[in-house]
Design a protein. Structure first.
Length: 432
């Protein structure tokens, strides 16, 4: 009997000891009353998706799961996968018109599926269309909306000397290729970005977008400087609600009468030459244009404002578009793979508007656009033409421009340029 009591006491003490060491950190013992008190368990760390969607579907009342769009996925198949009925799926397609094209789901992008009850169909689908916006499909009231995320815009600057290429120079500082495209657009009237040289120098002041402390793209290019072939070029952005665009510091619009090239990021493979040996016909034949090589499907841009005069096809030219800019100048674009939507005879186009896409139709050995230019009815080498500058801003508008852009000009003039073979010097968070 004494033995059984001893065993019983040992068992109770042993179990109390084991229980004490096995209790989680949020369970504590009370020495005064010898009772166990359970405190509130700490919340689990929420999924990163709650940072953007938690105000709509707060944790832990909703569960958000991520699905990556796969190649071959389509809207009906995706909604069926997650238990959304056919009627609801079709209704969302109808409601999305004018907001989002369901045919443009991109493989690799995220679709977040929101559940109120994991055992029932979802209450919402959220497609991340870009780093800074999403499409919200509310399955409760069948509404669709495009939502822009609240990004932080920080003014930053960078300066550098080109060693190999502008792209590689900026890549060393983790600066987006978007900056090159924006600089090219702003300076296209003066700088040939397809033939920049080692030793050319540049500066840029721009808006960097941040979301949750991470870079998510660029905003406006506020100002730029480029030094090439012994000449300096400055541009600053100005928008007063009536006039907007890029201007030189003296108020002259930084927009030439014509773009220097009809294709971005292309290289010249054949220049204007009256005695060129034709690679297909195998004989000397005048080449009265400039060939720009680029991948199939690269957009072809109108080099200036004008009216489409011809849209057609010939055995030599392939698919082509001809534009009359005024009584003096015309331009023509050959060997297209296809025409841009809406391009037809009589349509007015703007400088930089896409009119077609690079191809190799007609007599062509590979994808390129043969660009031809007329002055007073004669084909000429557009790269050798010099056009008069446009009229500058005047009066009160010029004063507004100088006041608004003075801080940008000051930064561009004072920003030091690194020596060759040095990394570009970024300047973060400028106060203007």
């Amino acid at each position: 009997m004494q033995w059984s009591k001893s065993i019983g006491r040992s068992f109770v003490v042993g179990m109390m000891f084991l229980g004490a060491i096995a209790l989680p950190s949020y369970i504590s013992t009370s020495t005064s009353e010898e009772l166990l008190t359970v405190e509130e368990a700490p919340a689990l760390p929420p999924d990163p998706a709650y940072r953007d969607y938690g105000h709509l579907y707060p944790y832990p009342f909703y569960t958000i799961e991520e699905y990556r769009i796969r190649p071959g996925d389509y809207w009906g198949g995706i909604t069926r996968r997650f238990g959304v009925d056919y009627t609801m799926s079709m209704s969302l397609i109808q409601r999305s018109k004018g907001i989002f094209d369901m045919r443009k789901l991109v493989a690799g992008k995220s679709l977040h599926v929101v559940y109120r009850d994991p055992c029932r169909p979802p209450v919402a689908l959220i497609y991340r269309s870009s780093p800074t916006e999403y499409i919200h499909f509310n399955l409760r009231d069948t509404t669709v909306e495009r939502v822009a995320l609240p990004v932080e815009r920080v003014v930053e600057a960078i300066a550098g000397t080109i060693d190999e290429s502008l792209w590689l120079t900026l890549q060393k500082q983790n600066v987006s290729w978007e900056l090159i495209a924006k600089m090219e657009s702003a300076l296209a009237w003066a700088v040939d970005f397809y033939h920049i040289n080692r030793g050319d120098r540049f500066k840029a002041v721009y808006e960097q977008k941040y979301l949750h402390g991470e870079k998510v793209g660029l905003g406006k290019l506020l100002g730029a400087y480029f030094h090439t072939r012994g000449r300096e070029y400055y541009v600053v952005y100005f928008d007063n609600g009536r006039t907007k665009g890029y201007f030189a510091p003296d108020g002259t619009p930084a927009k030439g009468r014509f773009l220097r090239s009809p294709v971005k990021f292309a290289r010249i493979t054949s220049r204007y030459n009256r005695r060129r040996f034709h690679p297909i016909l195998k004989r000397v034949r005048p080449h009265l244009g400039t060939d720009y090589a680029a991948p199939y499907g690269t957009p072809i841009l109108a080099v200036g404002d004008g009216v489409v005069e011809r849209v057609g096809y010939t055995r030599g030219n392939g698919r082509y578009v001809k534009i009359r800019h005024d009584r003096v100048y015309q331009s023509q674009y050959l060997h297209m793979s296809r025409f841009a939507k809406g391009i037809r005879r009589g349509v007015r186009v703007r400088q930089g508007q896409v009119i077609g896409y690079v191809g190799s139709s007609g007599l062509a050995t590979g994808p390129h656009v043969c660009f031809r230019f007329w002055k007073n009815g004669r084909q000429v080498d557009h790269l050798k033409l010099i056009f008069p500058p446009p009229s500058p801003l005047k009066g009160a508008e010029l004063e507004d421009f100088r006041c608004a852009t003075a801080p940008i000009v000051e930064v561009l003039e004072s920003l030091p340029i690194p020596y060759p073979n040095q990394s570009p010097s970024p300047v973060d968070k400028l106060t203007l």
